[in-house]
Design a protein around this ligand. Structure first.
Ligand SMILES: Nc1nc2c(ncn2[C@@H]2O[C@H](COP(=O)(O)OP(=O)(O)OP(=O)(O)O)[C@@H](O)[C@H]2O)c(=O)[nH]1
Ligand SMILES: [Mg+2]
Length: 194
């Protein structure tokens, strides 16, 4: 299992021209604004290095975290937040699209809130990931917020809606209880040795 010994935020990028040089392997974390990307990274890193906010739209740049001086874990800006200007949305989509087109991403964790059904923006993201042949894992976040029965119902809903996107794994995660952490670490470990 991957042991995260060191983490360093090495690059905060707002402009497609300023991506850092690729390293051995790169893992991306994508999802709607406020879904819990930065929270999940902090749990993985076991320290509060990524900024978390209850207000959506916190992470506006692409943040490259260098892990164990070998791999990038990349916090992508959240999409689908209604209250930003059209120009800002356009900027984000250019940045994210450029990111997926130009980097070799070994695994993309696509986060979705377990309480809501997949949103059009999520499905669009999935399509982008598929078109670019990037392996992905779906992470259902905020699992602590739903009761057992609701959890089963939502799981079924996600499985049915996402069936047509081919092979992928699905992990339930909570930043509060840390449920799902060991599954995530296992998938990351497998990805990084390949
Ligand atoms: N209960 C609960 N709250 C969570 C969980 N994950 C995130 N949150 C809360 O959801 C809010 C958003 O979390 P962030 O980690 O900042 O979300 P993000 O996806 O990085 O958001 P952007 O940077 O805006 O794209 C914060 O108030 C978090 O505390 C979770 O697993 N359980
Ligand atoms: Mg964030």
């Amino acid at each position: 299992m991957l042991l995260i010994r060191s983490v360093e935020l090495v690059s905060t990028v707002y402009d497609p021209d300023f991506f850092p040089q690729p390293v051995k392997s790169e893992i991306a974390f994508a999802g709607r604004s406020n879904v819990g990307k930065s929270t999940l990274l902090n749990v993985l890193f076991n320290r509060k290095i990524a900024k978390v906010s209850s207000k959506p739209g916190k992470t506006r740049s692409i943040n490259f975290y260098l892990v164990n001086k070998q791999f990038y874990f990349v916090d992508l800006p959240g999409y689908g937040y209604a209250k930003v200007s059209k120009a800002e949305k356009e900027r984000w989509s250019i940045l994210i699209e450029h990111y997926f087109k130009t980097r070799r991403v070994s695994m993309c964790f696509l986060l979705m809130d377990i309480r809501h059904e997949p949103q059009p923006a999520d499905l669009q993201m999935l399509q982008w990931i598929q078109v670019n042949n990037i392996p992905f894992t779906v992470v259902l976040t905020k699992a602590d917020k739903v009761k057992r029965s609701e959890r089963r119902k939502q799981l079924e809903l996600f499985e049915n809606t996402l069936m047509k996107y081919g092979e992928y794994r699905l992990v339930l995660f909570s930043g509060v209880t840390k449920e799902g952490l060991s599954s995530l670490l296992e998938i990351i470990s497998e990805t990084l040795v390949e």
